[in-house]
Each structure stands twice: as C-alpha cells, then as structure tokens.
Design a binder for this molecule. Structure first.
Ligand SMILES: Cc1cc2nc3c(=O)[nH]c(=O)nc-3n(C[C@H](O)[C@H](O)[C@H](O)COP(=O)(O)OP(=O)(O)OC[C@H]3O[C@@H](n4cnc5c(N)ncnc54)[C@H](O)[C@@H]3O)c2cc1C
Length: 515
C-alpha cells in the first residue's frame, strides 16, 4: 500500500481550519496525513462573521452538528442582507435567501409582477418572498422539506463569531487526527529543480516537509506569493474599497435574522447581530475618507455601546493569477479578496476546499506530490470562474446607483464595468431576462433583488403574459402575497427560536470537541 499524502496547511484562521476539518473528515488516515502550522503571535483576521446558505452543505458533508456549532459560536440565523441607501438615500431592500413567488407556465414570477406593475400595481416585489417578509418581522423557523409548502421556498445561513468558529473547527479537526503546531514560519525552501515547495522552516528550527502545501496564511500569501511569486490580478478600479474599521458593540433591540449593509459617504457599514454582541464595520475607500474619519463615523453610528476601539484592516480586491501553483494551493485571503458586501469569502473558501477534495482522487493521493498539470489547470479555471462571477455581482451594487451626493458614488455610477456584467445588465434591461449559468454562486433571485432594489428596471417582460387578463395576473399575485403573509405569521420570533434551538455556550466553555 502506498504511503499517505502529506498535507501541510500553513495558517489557522477560518481558511486553515475549514480545510483541516474537511480533509480530516473526508479522507481516512491511510490516505492523508494533515498537519497545520499557525502562529498565535501573528493571530488571525477574525472578522468573517456572516455566511451564505451553502455553508450548511459543507457542514453536512463533513458531519458538523448545526446546533452544537451555533451554540459554541454565539450564532444567529440569517435570512438575507438588508441593503440601505444603495440605489438612493432612503431606499431599503433585502437580498433574500429564497425565491420570489414561483414560476408558472414556464415563466419566472418576476415577469408576472412586472406585467401587473405595467397595469398599475404598486406592490414591492419583496412582498412575494417569504424570507423577506419574515426578516422584516424578525421571524425565523427552519424550512419545510415539502416542496408544496411555501415554507420550502427559502434557505438560511449563520452569523457567528469568527474567532470562535476557528476554535470550534480546531477541536473538530484535532479530534480527527490533525496535528497542530504553534510556530512562526521564517523560511520556505523550494526544490532547485521543480521549483515546488520542499519544506517550511519554523523559528524553533524545525523543518516541516510535505507533498502538498495549502497556503492559508492570509493576505501575506507566504507560499503562493512570497515564495512562488504567482502574481495578483487587482480589481480596485471596479471595487474601490481597500480598508475597513471593525468594532463590536453591545446588543440593542431585537436579534435580527439578517445582516445589514448601509451605503455611506465613502463605502458602506455592516451590522451583524450575534447572541452575545453585534459586529460592526465600515468598509471604505482610502481615496475618499481618512482612517480617523472612518473610525469616528463608525463609532457615531453604532446601535449600542462600543466594546473596544475600531480595528483597522487593509486589503486589495482581486485574486491570485493561479490559486494552485506547483504543489501549493492558496485558500482564503491568501488566494484572493472580494470585499464582504455579500458575505462571499467563507463561501469561496468552501468552494476551494470542496473542489480540491473532488480533485484529490485516489490517483492523485498516490502521486506523492506530482500533480497532473491538466488537473491543476482545470482547478484554477474553476476557481477563477467562481471569483469572477462573484466580482461582477459585487460591482453591480456599486455601479447601479443614482446617488450623486458623494465622490465615491459619482465614480462608481460612471465607471466602465467589465464586459461580462455590462452584457448581463443589457439583457435584463431589454426584457427582464437574468443571464443564468449552470455554475457559479448567485442565482436568479439574487440578481433580481439587486436589480429591482437598486432601480435597474427593465423595459419589458415576457410577452406571453400579454395574453393573460390583468385581473387574472392580479389574482395570482394576491394569492402568493397572502400565502407568504400567513406563513410568516405562523413563524416564531427569531430570538425565541434561537433560545430553544441553540442557546449559546457561555464564553470559556470548551469548543469543538465531539461527544
Ligand atoms: C473587513 C473584513 C470583513 C469580512 N467579513 C466577512 C464576512 O462577513 N463573511 C465572510 O465570509 N468573510 C468575511 N471576511 C473574510 C474573512 O475574514 C476571511 O476570508 C477569513 O477570515 C479567512 O481568513 P484566512 O484564514 O484566510 O486568514 P487569517 O485569518 O489571516 O489567518 C492567517 C493564518 O496564517 C497564520 N500565519 C501567517 N503567517 C504565518 C507565519 N509566518 N508562520 C505561521 N503562521 C502564519 C496566522 O497565524 C493565521 O493563523 C471579511 C474580511 C475582512 C477583511
């Protein structure tokens, strides 16, 4: 029998521990040997607090118990994101984790709504989406599995404490045999012939060799960039924010089952409610506001008392030219950064891990670090596609604005956008068609939420609907709206549901160990 693939993970933030947890859960110890090196002296970014519904598939695939995870990370449920002041000052819309109405006669619900609107209907499309109506009422329950039930029309994600999440995953991984070393890497040794990473050398003098190195070292990209000089495609011209200030505050008011993103004078502010506190941050462009002013603005706009002083973070939107280079795969911030407006970073980590697992076939496992170039190219193309599609969706939020009250909005409203996004917007404006792909993260309801929420209105709708009487279309809409209202009324209050489903473990209790 061949020896196990020796996998070295560099970094113990969210990316490192998610990777360690997944690899140790999916592969047997005969197939892999996983070692993770992190430096408690350097620490982690620790600000990824809002997630997307796909994380539930990740948890299921690797056997994470949702209630335990939520209790130990002070988590709350998330039904979507409340965007305020993006199209115009005073606007508000929710990007829901779920559908608007349902398709009928092969035609998307939003065409019916547009048809009714053209005949004078003034309802908001959000009234036809259960996660939106429930979120506005602070309600939550888990979805039904019965596709005939309106309660099956939504998904949910979590809002959690990122440091507790990494700690939880550490316990999970160590109980599955992942070996952890706390130490600082001071040198990376490359093989003179192949240029692949041969070892990482620790400050303690220890030399750690491996077949496959996963670079989860954060923005510094210790292996992928500092050692392998892979290169970075920068996207600041479309996504101008390059800094953030983050500060938690005391909870105040009801625990909302959604994240809030409010457009500001030089970027936007997040608000993420957890069981024990509320996470806040101001993501901004250093071209349009100073650090001191951003910190002051953030502190002046908190719902509760600040728990500390704002912590500054710097970043550059973009992605590595290759996230798999030689025997190094960069996951997390080492692979690229797309700002947290749609909570996509943890999702991109998840995509990288699950794609890697699919590529680490039995054959690869026995190749001892010699990876097939075709496989590497296919992996890189996939990750590139995922990043590019998220990028376009984010740019839409900045570009589709009527705001002219601040230089950042004037810049974003008039900036040239990628052809791929321009094409999508053109098709939508022409006949309300959303270009959908087989692969990639955001599906039709997400694009509709932002288009309608930010006043990108199409010139028409599916012409087949002209055959229908206006009264029939109205009746259909009324039926959906009533069903949604009735279902929301039956849902319990978010906080009540949380307290019975996953009351938080008191701080200090051990995280992650499985019963
Ligand atoms: C302002 C902001 C807000 C965000 N909000 C969200 C959000 O709401 N949702 C979301 O999905 N994502 C969010 N993210 C992204 C999210 O924080 C990251 O994707 C996630 O935390 C992963 O980070 P990481 O593990 O790649 O890096 P890090 O957390 O930086 O971890 C790097 C690790 O590498 C180790 N390391 C580095 N150098 C060495 C060395 N020389 N020797 C040994 N170890 C070393 C460090 O000790 C650390 O353990 C946000 C990011 C920012 C900047």
């Amino acid at each position: 029998m061949s020896s196990p693939l020796r996998i070295v993970i560099v970094g113990g933030g969210t990316a490192g521990w998610m990777t360690a947890a997944a690899l140790s859960a999916v592969f047997t110890s005969a197939q892999r040997q996983v070692r993770l090196i992190e430096s408690s002296e350097i620490g982690i970014v620790g600000v990824g607090e809002a997630t997307l519904p796909h994380i539930r598939f990740f948890n299921k695939r690797i056997g994470i118990d949702e209630r335990e995870l939520m209790a130990k990370t002070q988590a709350t449920f998330k039904l979507g994101i409340d965007f305020r002041d993006w199209g115009r000052l005073g606007d508000s819309y929710i990007h829901p984790f779920g559908a608007y109405g349902s398709r009928a006669g092969g035609i998307g619900f939003h065409h019916y709504w547009l048809r009714a609107r053209a005949a004078g209907n003034t309802t908001d499309i959000g009234e036809y989406s259960l996660p939106i109506v429930a979120a506005r009422q602070n309600k939550f329950t888990q979805p039904s599995e019965d596709p005939r039930d309106v309660l099956s029309t939504f998904g949910y994600a979590f809002q959690f404490d990122a440091s507790l999440y990494a700690a939880y995953l550490r316990g999970f991984s160590e109980s599955r045999g992942v070996q952890r070393t706390d130490g600082k890497i001071v040198d990376v040794k490359l093989d003179g012939e192949s240029g692949a990473v041969e070892s990482v050398n620790l400050e303690s003098g220890e030399v750690v060799t491996g077949d496959l190195f996963i670079d989860c070292s954060g923005f510094r990209g210790l292996l992928i960039e500092q050692a392998l000089k892979t290169g970075y495609d920068e996207w600041t011209r479309w996504l101008p924010c390059d800094r953030a200030m983050a500060v938690p505050c005391e909870n105040s008011g009801p625990l909302t089952p959604y994240t809030r993103a409010t457009a500001r004078e030089a970027g936007w502010q997040w608000r993420i409610p957890l069981q024990h506190r509320t996470g806040n941050g101001y993501v901004y462009s250093s071209r349009f506001i100073s650090d001191d002013e951003a910190a002051a603005k953030l502190l002046s706009r908190l719902d509760g008392k600040a728990l500390g002083t704002p912590r500054p973070l710097r970043f550059t939107a973009g992605r590595r030219r290759k996230t798999w280079n030689r025997n190094v795969i960069a996951i997390g911030l080492a692979g690229g950064f797309l700002e947290p407006l749609e909570s996509t970073s943890i999702h991109l980590i998840q995509v990288a891990i699950t794609t890697l697992i699919d590529y680490l076939t039995e054959r690869t496992m026995t190749m001892g670090g010699q990876f097939d170039e075709k496989l590497v190219a296919a992996y890189n193309a996939w990750i590139e596609m995922e990043y590019d599609r998220v990028r376009d969706f984010l740019i839409l939020h900045y570009h589709a604005t009527e705001r002219d009250d601040a230089p950042i909005w004037n810049y974003c409203r008039t900036m040239p956008i990628p052809d791929s996004l321009a094409h999508k917007m053109e098709l939508f404006r022409a006949r309300a068609n959303v270009v959908t792909y087989k692969d990639g993260l955001f599906l039709e309801p997400s694009w509709l939420a932002v288009y309608f929420g930010q006043r990108v209105m199409p010139d028409g709708y599916d012409p087949r609907l002209d055959e229908l009487a206006t009264a029939d279309v109205e009746a259909q809409l009324t039926q959906v709206r009533e069903k949604v209202l009735l279902a929301a009324a039956r849902m319990p209050d978010h906080e009540t549901f949380l307290r019975s489903y996953c009351p938080a473990t008191p701080p200090g209790a051990s995280a992650g160990a499985r019963a």
